[in-house]
Design a protein around this ligand. Sequence first.
Ligand SMILES: [Ca+2]
Length: 449
Amino acid sequence: MLMKTQVHSPHFTKPCATASTVATAAAASSLWLGTLALGLALPVQAQTQTPVTNAAQATQPTALKVSEIAFGLDHPWAVAFLPGGDYLVTERSGQMRLIDERGRVGAPLAGVPRVVAEGQGGLLDLVLDRQFEQNRRLFFCFAEADPNNSSRNSTALASATLAENRQSLENVQIIFHQMPRIKSELHFGCRIAQSQDGSLFLALGERSHARQQAQRTGNHLGKIVHLLPDGSPHPDNPFLNNGAGVPDIWSWGHRNPQGAVITPDGKLWVNEHGPQGGDELNLIERGKNYGWPIITHGRNYGIGTRIGEGTHKPGMEQPAYQWTPSIAPSGMAYLHSDRYGLEWQNSLFIGSLRFGTLHRMSLHGDTAQEEEQLLLGPDERIRDVRESPDGYLYLLTDSRNGRLLRIEPPEPVVAPPLPDEAPQATGTQAPDGAVPAGPVLAVPPSGAL
Ligand SMILES: [Ca+2]
């Protein structure tokens, strides 16, 4: 399904192993067109005022390429960009590794705490401090065993300093422990977003077996917590001094958050997995209840029975967007740069673990709209999506041979002449005479999905 081609990007001068053509989902093949038409492109309209969505509209011809930067990673989960061009990645099985600018994968860094690498657990998210160039500080989260009962676990957040030689972590401190720890290998959540003021939002899952705890404010299950860089509660938290909940909580009623980003206007957006259907993108606001498991647009797996009380309830937030059927959203990035054109600039990009698709979302106040789906490959699982400081989008794929990929900017696309214009057309090249390199993939007209 993937079309192999050589990379001739003016932006990519380093040696790289392969490049793959990525097309809009609709363009990749008629098989995928059918699959996506049936399975992905039809988010279910909510019953009342939910600001969802039309089907993704692929209205522009698009032919994109990815460059493979590195491969052979063991279920990589998060990537960060170090000054000078190196990358830092986490692997779910517990390693943090440096990848140099030529794509060479280094040995595991020393100093990473022991993680619970079982089920969905392991070494998970990673972000650099906004002042990393001055302090070499970073934050990462992981599944942590209960020191008194190894069958129980939860999500923990750590800070550390990257050694000057980039071979180890120093000053490792576990600054937050999700409580209570329970016996589960599921729904760790574990995405970190650092605010402009340096504070940290950590999105936490409800561990699956304790879903009702997501509605109770006396614990950290199914919560987004807001912390100072030392792990203490942020002074603006809603339960800080009133006894109505644990002081770390910022929002609650979450199921399994998997992507988090703060946009330039300071808003926090988090996606989360629903059950069977009802995956969500939420605009997260202080002290709000996002509904799980009382309201959801999803259903119980397999049997399809209703969960909770329905899709809406007063006092509970509706998602900014929801996907039914589920796409299993993963990492999420906000694109600041104009390298991919003005249409993509200021969009959110969300990976899918289920379909190998990348979903471009436009944001409108407190709602979001899915604009298009980009296909990486039918057998791919996208785990993370990031924008580098120089404005490129990167992906991590989730497998035992996980890859770090960079999305290449589109090349000019030349439309063929209409038949009745052909006699008059003395040339079909672009105005400057350039002929696009690589395949040009047709996209069906708007509405064909
Ligand atoms: Ca919800």
